[in-house]
Design a protein around this ligand. Structure first.
Ligand code: NAG
Ligand code: NAG
Ligand code: NAG
Ligand code: NAG
Ligand code: NAG
Ligand code: NAG
Ligand code: NAG
Ligand code: NAG
Ligand code: NAG
Ligand code: NAG
Ligand code: NAG
Ligand code: NAG
Length: 838
């Protein structure tokens, strides 16, 4: 098992709400002092049918508008907050009670329906207790209604504004198509989070009055009709969070009025057209997390009204155009995670209004230029995962608004300027994985009260770490101190009750794991990595198997320590458990069978023994089982479960005996099966040939016997690349018919995704705020040129056959020449005769 450095990405989502808020403010309702008794009575009745409840609204600016409604003052309901009356007439035409902390039920007998002249009604962001939606309601976003949108709404053919976003609504039968075909006067259509589950109808492009179209997270699929971008009045187009919606951008004309274009997290692809520079009114352009590629057009620099520009997580290449230097109104600039060519930060200087600047993983080099001093409004500065060099400039400490500073995974050298420790608003700081020298006083960082995320991997910390803890110690959620030269657990950790991710791997922490560690994030911890230290035991458990107490732990890595005694049992929430390379003894407790969420189980290279629990087959989510290098005895239990997800099984170097469990033939996801160096006694498992994904099979050094025979079908082992049956008792002819069916070996150059240079699996977890992923490569021992060689990683395209040290006889067939992809072939030490084929 090799594990690369872990990848920690904080999932801060951009907060666009403030901008929309600003835009919507022009539609706020004006009031007129006229009102008839009948309507004010209806409104007061409405008021009485609800409670004010702070938790009913999620907008932080919510307040109870209706508390100002009062029968005492001349019944003047046109002056009440949120009430709009018709100019010159005496009736109510609009009601805006959005974010008013209303709580209660709502039904069709509601007094609101006595307001017969009502044209606009906005009840967004209240809690109506999942009442069924009433047909008469038109403006209802983020209020708790549920069910299918009633068909009556389709008859309101003069409706100009419909906002049903953030409800638990469905728009399916009839669906979006009927809606847009009937409501032809619509100017504003917001259906965010309404479950539509259909393609976007082409007829939407006929709604020529449409100004706003919000279809965020509607489970749309299919190709987005390009004509919609050309609607003559469309100013706002938001279709983000529809992963299965594909589409392309059209050529844009200079008459196009689009101001807000948000396509992020969809399947949109292709190039950005040069004509994007024609969208002069554009203030927000967000296409992050799509599949766009090619160059970023220079003309983007013409969009001088842009306030938000996000191109992150696409496949853009070439230079970031210098024309972006002209976007002086920008407040948010996010270009991270693209394949840009190497460049410096020098073009950034004039964008002095920037608050969020994220350029992580954009191939930057050079230093942080002093021109960035002028970006004094910055709250987020993220340039991690680049090749930036030079010293970390001390003036960063003057950017006092910073809440996030990510400089990790670069080539900065020199010492860490103390001024960074004076950034009192910092919440997220990463300086990890640079070439920083000198020692750093962790205590200085622990004075930053608002800090929640701290990553200092590779920074040498000075000792002693004085901080114990007091009221002002920050409450960290993420702490990564890998390779920091720690020799003990820092005591301030005792105060950390809210940690979600904690990694102290690759330090020199010795001895016992103290009891108090169980109180660290008991209800919150999802990742704990203490690997590669010198830990020996858990303080509290010297005898029976320790059961670890964290309630929602997903990933636990204790590998490469000196842990002795029984195998600790992780909590039931665990998904990935890695305790390889320790000195654990005893048996594997049947309690392991209760780990119903476990996906990866690595117990390799310990001194564990005894029989494996028969109930292992209960682990229905298991994908990787690695027991290599222990003393497990007896038979390998049947591990098949229905819909098995098993991808890799390595039980090599144990003392297992009997047959290879036949149920493995049902593990259709299986890619690698290593049972070498045991005492299996079985015939060749040709029944594994049906497995459509099997790539590596090693039976090395067991008691496999008899003739290998013919494959059951010429399509057997379609993906096999590596087979090692050496050091067994196979007899008879070489399995020529098998050679013919091993089609994967016949390809001269097996090409796979370039990202995967080695065979392995990726461990992934995500918690509410963080994602983690880590590559786990498979390892394999094979003879190469007569020497037993440990492949710590297996190259993804390696093709190898080892049939050596058996009792095969007869001739070597020409067929073997058709296996063009072969890198290693070992047929030695059998009783083969005849010529060696060319
Ligand atoms: C306030 O609203 C919340 C949900 O929005 C509900 O759970 C709670 O019971 C309400 N409180 C009262 C006093 O009605
Ligand atoms: C569309 O409106 C027409 C009349 O305005 C009505 O007859 C029809 O049923 C409506 N369609 C739907 C799907 O409700
Ligand atoms: C997208 O499509 C895939 C495959 O059809 C499906 O599993 C997934 O649930 C869809 N996602 C959404 C958000 O609809
Ligand atoms: C956009 O800017 C480029 C120079 O960067 C200029 O040549 C071009 O005419 C501009 N286009 C528009 C539409 O303003
Ligand atoms: C910035 O705008 C000016 C004036 O419109 C133009 O002359 C200049 O070429 C632009 N800069 C870049 C880098 O495009
Ligand atoms: C930074 O701002 C100052 C004053 O506003 C100005 O004189 C200086 O030229 C600016 N520096 C850069 C590199 O733009
Ligand atoms: C930080 O700002 C202060 C006051 O504006 C100034 O005196 C100091 O030189 C600045 N520090 C750096 C390192 O630029
Ligand atoms: C820390 O966070 C609190 C609450 O979010 C905020 O009021 C405060 O301004 C922040 N900054 C400092 C230095 O405490
Ligand atoms: C920690 O203690 C050491 C020695 O006792 C001292 O030199 C250092 O300044 C202290 N650090 C802090 C931040 O108090
Ligand atoms: C690591 O810590 C040890 C003792 O705690 C110290 O002797 C050594 O100098 C430290 N190494 C570095 C590079 O700071
Ligand atoms: C494979 O799965 C099928 C269906 O669940 C089951 O009937 C059969 O016994 C399984 N085969 C083996 C060898 O376990
Ligand atoms: C196979 O790939 C290697 C490395 O990519 C290349 O050098 C070699 O020419 C390729 N062989 C064939 C036959 O395409």
């Amino acid at each position: 098992m090799g594990s690369s450095m872990c990848l920690l990405i904080s999932m801060r989502l951009l907060f666009f709400l403030s901008i929309f808020h600003y835009l919507n403010s022009c539609s706020s309702l004006s009031t007129q002092p006229l009102c008839n008794d009948f309507e004010s009575f209806a409104l007061l009745q409405f008021k009485q049918s609800f409670k004010i409840n702070v938790s009913a609204s999620s907008n932080p600016f919510a307040y109870p508008k209706i508390s100002s409604w009062n029968s005492g003052e001349r019944n003047d309901c046109c002056s009440w907050e949120g009430v709009l009356c018709d100019r010159g007439a005496d009736y109510v035409i609009g009601l805006d009670l959005s974010s008013s902390q209303l709580y209660g039920s709502f039904n069709s007998s509601s007094s609101l329906f006595h307001l017969v002249y009502l044209q606009k009604l906005n009840l967004a962001d209240n809690d109506f207790n999942y009442s069924q939606i009433s047909p008469s309601i038109r403006y209802l976003s983020n209020s708790a209604f549920s069910g299918q949108i009633p068909p009556e709404i389709f008859e309101l053919s003069n409706l100009v504004s419909l906002d049903l976003s953030l409800n638990l609504l469905k728009l399916q039968k009839p669906g979006l198509k009927s809606l847009v075909e009937n409501l032809t006067s619509l100017k504003h259509l917001y259906l965010g989070k309404v479950n539509i589950s259909s393609p976007v109808p082409h007829t939407l492009a006929n709604l020529s009055s449409l100004k706003s179209l919000g279809l965020r997270g509607c489970e749309l699929y299919g190709e987005f009709p390009m004509e919609i971008f050309k609607l003559p009045n469309l100013q706002l187009l938001r279709v983000r969070d529809n992963e299965n919606l594909t589409g392309y951008l059209p050529e844009f004309h200079s008459s196009n009025p689009l101001r807000i274009l948000c396509l992020s997290n969809t399947g949109f692809s292709g190039k950005l057209p040069d004509s994007i520079g024609n969208l002069k009114p554009l203030i927000l352009f967000d296409i992050s997390t799509c599949y766009f590629s090619g160059l970023v057009p220079t003309s983007l620099g013409n969009l001088t009204n842009l306030i938000v520009l996000s191109l992150s997580s696409n496949k853009f290449s070439g230079q970031i155009p210098f024309s972006l230097a002209n976007l002086t109104q920008l407040s948010v600039l996010v270009l991270s995670t693209n394949s840009f060519s190497a460049q410096t930060l020098s073009w950034l200087a004039k964008q002095t209004k920037l608050t969020i600047l994220r350029l992580g993983e954009t191939n930057l080099y050079g230093g942080i230029p002093s021109s960035l001093k002028n970006l004094t409004q910055l709250t987020e500065f993220a340039v991690a995962r680049n090749q930036l060099t030079g010293q970390i400039p001390p003036w960063l400490g003057n950017l006092t608004q910073l809440t996030l500073l990510e400089l990790g995974i670069n080539k900065f050298h020199g010492s860490i300027p103390q001024s960074i420790c004076s950034l009192a608003n910092l919440e997220d700081l990463s300086l990890a994985e640079n070439n920083l020298s000198g020692r750093v006083d962790l205590d200085l960082f622990l004075k930053l009260k608002n800090l929640t995320e701290l990553q200092l991997s590779g920074v040498h910390l000075s000792f002693p770490i004085n901080s114990t803890f007091n009221a002002s110690t920050p409450k960290l959620k993420l702490l990564v101190l890998e390779a920091c030269n720690l020799t003990e657990f820092p005591t301030f950790l005792r105060s950390q009750r809210e940690l979600v991710f904690l990694s102290l791997s690759n330090n020199k922490i010795q001895g016992q794991i103290p009891n108090w560690i169980f109180n660290i994030g008991k209800q919150t911890l999802s990742l704990l990595d203490l690997s590669s230290n010198f830990l020996t035991t858990f303080e509290s458990f010297n005898h029976t198997p320790p059961i670890l107490p964290w309630d929602c732990l997903l990933h636990l890595d204790l590998s490469s320590n000196k842990l002795q005694g029984s195998l600790p049992i992780p909590p039931p929430s665990i998904a990935q458990y890695i305790v390889s390379n320790n000195k654990l003894t005893g048996e594997m407790s049947p309690l392991f069978c209760n780990l119903s969420s476990i996906v990866m189980l690595y117990l390799s290279h310990n001194n564990l023994g005894g029989m494996l629990p028969q109930c292992l087959s209960k682990l229905s989510n298991l994908e990787v089982l690695n027991l290599q290098g222990n003393n497990f005895r007896g038979i390998l239990p049947e591990i098949y479960v229905e819909e098995s997800r098993m991808i890799a099984i390595d039980v090599s170097y144990n003392q297992l005996e009997g047959q290879v469990p036949r149920s493995l033939s049902n593990c259709t996801m299986l890619e690698i099966l290593l049972v070498g160096n045991n005492r299996f006694s079985d015939i060749f498992p040709s029944w594994l040939g049906k497995l459509p994904r099997l790539r590596v099979l090693s039976l090395q050094s067991n008691g496999f016997h008899s003739a290998i025979g013919k494959p059951e079908s010429s399509l057997d082992f379609p993906k096999l690349q590596i087979i090692d049956v050496s050091f067994n008792n196979f007899i008879g002819k070489l399995p020529h018919e098998h050679f013919q069916s091993w089609t994967s070996m016949k390809v001269a150059n097996l090409t796979f995704d370039k990202d995967n240079a080695y065979m392995g699996v990726v461990a992934r977890i995500s918690s509410a705020s963080y994602r983690y992923s880590n590559d786990f490569s498979y390892t394999l021992e094979m003879t190469n040129k007569g020497i037993m060689t440990l492949y710590e990683k297996i190259q993804d395209h390696l093709v190898a056959i080892d049939l050596s040290n058996n009792k095969f006889d007869g001739e070597i067939s020409e067929v073997i020449g058709s296996l063009k992809g072969l890198h290693l072939l070992n047929l030695s030490n059998s009783i083969l005769t005849g010529p060696i084929p060319s």
